[in-house]
Write a protein that binds this ligand. Sequence first.
Ligand code: M6R
Length: 614
Amino acid sequence: MCGIVGYIGNKEAYPILIKGLKRLEYRGYDSAGVALISKEHQLNVYKTKGRVSDLESFVTQKDISGNIGIAHTRWATHGEPCSINAHPHYSTSETLALIHNGIIENYAVLKEKLQAKGYLFKSSTDTEVLVQLIEYIKTTNHFDLLSAVQLALGEVIGAYAIAVLEKDHPNEIIAARKSSPLVIGIGEDEFFLASDATPIVEYTDRVVYLEDEEIAVIRRDEELKVVNLSNVETIPAVIRVKLNLGQLEKGGYPHFMLKEIFEQPGCITDCMRGRINLDKNNVVLSAVIDHKEKLLRAKRFIIVACGTSWHAALIGKHLIESFCRIPVEVEYASEFRYRDPVIDADDVVIAISQSGETADTLAAVELAKSRGAFIYGICNAIGSSIPRATHTGSYIHVGPEIGVASTKAFTGQVTVLTMLALTLAREKQTLSEPAFLAILQELGNIPAKMKEVMALNDQIAELAKIFTYAHNFIYLGRGYSYPVALEGALKLKEISYIHAEGYPAAEMKHGPIALIDAKMPVVVIATHNGLYEKVISNIQEIKARKGKVIAIVTKGDTIIRQIADCCIELPETLECLDSLLTTIPLQLLAYHIAVCKGMDVDQPRNLAKSVTVE
Ligand code: M6R
């Protein structure tokens, strides 16, 4: 994870770097730092524990001049969060400064080698090894910075996106990537670099996404040059990115998470735009048109994902199996990549990722590709690594998700999975036409029904106040609602630090029921679908043990109202689309409990938005 940003041009670098770091703070926020080369050729490095705002306070009274610089916001992997471990790291002579996102896996061996040669290390990071190694290669061989970086990266095992400054070369930044994202922005007489395009779009829409093992040579008054580790030059592919700056701001909401929850009706409309035509009763995904044969021939689908995206994958399994009669396996990407999975050329692997950068999901994609599977990506971040590594895919088009707790990406992923299942089902004729039409028309009604759910915000905020006492929560659901229960529990854990578990409701009696007492809040998804009566029995079992039941029910439900402690009533929908509505009250409940407890909702402890390390 970590966010990196850089600037070279005619403007003062510091304000651009700080603004960029704030846009990237979702990637990590335990320490931050900046390196600037001043007009007097001083290479000034300032860094501190804490947020970007702490860095701003730290540099008051310091020389922050210069129109070239690099900056970093950290999510600690090696070495605790503290100012010494914060980036940028100086080389021993303090003539080089380097920022890094990723992990240098062989750092211990390299460190020992450098220590034996007299290099002194200040931090406990893997990153410091890299800057020292570059300096060592540079000075012993009398190389320029580019050649030293090329040689050093050849010795490194692991993942990196780096940027390096050299004190005596105030007109050059050398940047490189392998398995960690890096984007170069090309402006008028200026260049930007960043972990994603969000710090750049304010200044230019022309960007280059570096590929693995590519090095960008960014020099003032010269064209951008891209070479590989062997110095073979490639012509950088400049693409135009479109990002609405308003989407990167809170827009009057107290937190990004709340804004993103409320955006969901609009996001789902955007996600369906140009894909669903309700007048013509049609759903079209261009990826399915382009790769129809491959997808229809699939004997099996395997979905790989992590976290919330994995929960969406579980819903995708239900949808694809029930609409298309194709077997679907759902795997944690982190487990899949290190097993020796049985994959063949008739398998379609679907990779789901909001950020498109999750290291485990990307590695799972590469593994499946190497075994001959056809890979379909479902991602949000346009141009990110996973969509570029897959054969085809569908973006969810929900706009940038900044809050660390994923919300609108989940409903966007479920919407794309529903459209995918519907498209394939129609081609395979595995769903009757009336059933297909009913689902399609109801999918079109979901944004309006989501708006009705948003109107419950105040009720849920009041409810949240009652449950801030809890140290544990249980979430229960069956069928399509089981993944929603998992997702509700994850949301609560992430932002309120309350321990929560999600279970299939019927599993409760096989163990978790022992946890129920008068203090235990149990959120039960009990809409008027499928296994409704059975869920009522599960609620009775909880009440018999005095548990506190918060039931998510269908509007007008009179039966559960008599048993549960509180009910949240949702508009009626089809069972297969239920999760698009039931997940929202759980997002709001987690949000309000966290706010009541005074937690940092958008930047919860220990987490980062984009998990680009294993
Ligand atoms: O970007 P991805 O969808 O690949 O991210 C996967 C998980 O890291 C992510 O969903 C994580 O679990 C969220 N913090 C959940 O809110």
